[in-house]
Write a protein that binds this ligand. Structure first.
Ligand code: BES
Ligand code: MN
Ligand code: ZN
Length: 497
């Protein structure tokens, strides 16, 4: 697929470059598509028969230099039974279509029409979103290419539709979300020698150009606030921790904000409780929660969401060192609660404990949602399909489940309960930071809950969904930028004035 993508919207006139059309089960075509394809007669039917292509959802048929049309290639993408299609399926089809544009092509036209007829502006924007996400590749460190891997410097993809102006407008909004996902992916994919806390904070600060107010708290500021839990995690690293506060004020002046908090462990070696070498490189992605929050802030600011939002990310590096935190150490969190460190690898909850308390105290938000690659145990429970969700608020859970269904970034509720508390009782302090293997994701959530007071709160454990993402039609990268679309949808559906 090509490197740089320029997306545009044109009328259904003369297709240019690779031509992509949609067809439903039984090779049913929409009226504009029929007209565009009329010069080829029954060529596509014969090709379909030869290839056993029937228009099944997500399947494709390719015809090179179709006689009668002045295009290098015709691609037909199946939509299947169109009555069942949801928004997330339209996004997926945009990804399928983009996946069929060869990497050397410089131009493509995607006919934005299904067999059932013209698409609404929002659906066309969904197609474009899918195309944009599919075209993403994190290849900035590749200096060599294999033969046949060359890319066109730039490709222009036009969506042919009845009302290009309306589609363009819908895309302007969706593009903010697409850019937010891409930003999150870039941050997660970036290696930890490049993306350490100060550099992460610099990249988050770039949101200022969209009108986001960004503050970066350094170690001195965090010491003053008493953030002993977060600072303890970072003390073994040559890179100092940072706490970044991002605010987008698109809502009513003075209205209480909603808040998103991200775990930003730029590298998690485990610390003194060091992890095994196998797979440790993946721990450059232990800041995916923070990346999602930054991507979301980008999306909301870019589309000028009518809501007041706070995004806070705790950025640290967890390293073994002569100055590193030890098992047995006792730290005092900003909330005043003390924590005995049993395992220095259970560090995410320590970072979040101070970040959550800080947000709750300073902003008194309507709700707090934190995202964190918190436990390996959540991967054991749910794999990579669902993120684990823990909450003290049924309404928020229901809204997130719906947003997950709509976007395909799915969440599954896990239990909380005072019965689990005794697992993290400590002999010496108010609690310990690890309760061992049993119910590992739940005890981690139970730990976080001690720092949120009575505020409606959700913890989403994204250890399974955010890294080493399964390859899909809208993501071929190691990081899917998981969560940006989910939370953008939640905000759009329920919290904008
Ligand atoms: N960052 C890890 C969790 C993780 C594992 C994320 C694999 C993504 C992929 C977290 O800091 C961690 O090490 N958790 C420990 C907790 C344990 C020591 C109580 C774990 O899950 O083993
Ligand atoms: Mn860890
Ligand atoms: Zn971690």
């Amino acid at each position: 697929m090509p490197a740089l993508l320029k997306i545009g919207f044109t009328p259904f006139d003369r297709p240019r470059g690779v031509l992509v059309t949609f067809c439903a089960d039984g090779l049913k075509l929409g009226p504009a598509t029929q007209k565009i394809l009329s010069p080829i007669g029954d060529l596509h039917r014969r090709a379909a028969a030869a290839d056993r292509f029937t228009g099944k959802n997500g399947s494709t048929l390719e015809i090179i230099t179709p006689v009668g049309l002045d295009v290098p290639r015709l691609v037909m993408v199946g939509t299947g039974k169109e009555r069942d299609l949801k928004g997330r399926d339209v996004v997926k089809l945009g990804g399928v279509a983009m996946g069929k544009v060869p990497s050397t092509a410089t131009q493509a036209t995607i006919v934005a029409e299904f067999a059932a007829g013209a698409l609404k502006a929002d659906q066309i924007a969904d197609l474009a979103l899918g195309a944009r996400l599919r075209a993403y590749a994190f290849d900035r460190y590749k200096t060599k290419r294999k033969e046949g891997e060359e890319r066109a410097a730039k490709v222009e993809v036009n969506f042919a539709c009845a009302n290009p102006t309306a589609a363009e407008k819908a895309w302007t909004r969706a593009m903010g979300v697409a850019d937010g996902v891409v930003l999150a992916r870039d941050l997660v994919n970036e290696p930890a020698n490049v993306l350490y806390p100060a550099e992460f904070a610099r990249r988050a600060s770039a949101l200022r150009k969209l009108g986001v107010v960004v503050e970066v708290l350094d170690v001195a500021a965090m010491k003053k606030l008493g953030m002993g839990a977060l600072l303890g995690v970072g003390q073994g690293s040559a890179h100092e921790p940072k706490l970044v506060v991002m605010r987008w004020n698109g809502g009513k002046r003075g209205a209480d904000p909603i808040a998103f908090i991200g775990k930003g462990v730029c590298f998690d070696s485990g610390g003194i409780s060091i992890k095994p070498a196998q797979g440790m490189e993946d721990m450059k992605g232990d800041m995916a929660g923070a990346a999602c929050v930054v991507g979301l802030m980008h999306a909301l600011a870019a589309r000028k969401a009518k809501v007041n939002v706070v995004g806070v990310i705790g950025l640290v590096e967890n390293m073994p060192d002569g100055r590193a935190q030890r098992p047995g150490d006792i730290v005092t969190s900003m909330s005043g609660q003390t924590i005995e460190i049993i395992n220095t690898d259970a560090e995410g909850r320590l970072v979040l404990a101070d970040a959550l308390h800080y947000v709750n105290k300073r902003f008194k938000p309507r709700f707090m949602i934190n995202l964190a690659t918190l436990t390996g145990a959540i991967m054991v429970a749910l794999g990579q399909e669902y993120a684990g969700l823990f909450s003290n608020d049924d309404k928020l859970v229901e809204r997130l489940a719906k947003a997950g269904d709509a976007t395909g970034e799915k969440v599954w509720r896990m239990p909380l309960g005072p019965e689990y508390d005794k697992i993290i009782d400590s002999k010496f302090a108010d609690m310990k930071n690890s309760g061992g293997r049993w119910a590992g994701s739940i005890t981690a959530a139970q730990f976080l809950q001690r720092f949120v007071g009575k505020t409606p709160w959700v913890h989403i454990d994204i250890a399974g969904t955010a890294l080493g993402s399964p390859q899909t039609d809208i993501n071929k990268s190691w990081s899917a930028g998981w969560g940006v679309r989910l939370l953008d949808r939640l905000v759009e559906d329920h919290y904008e004035r």
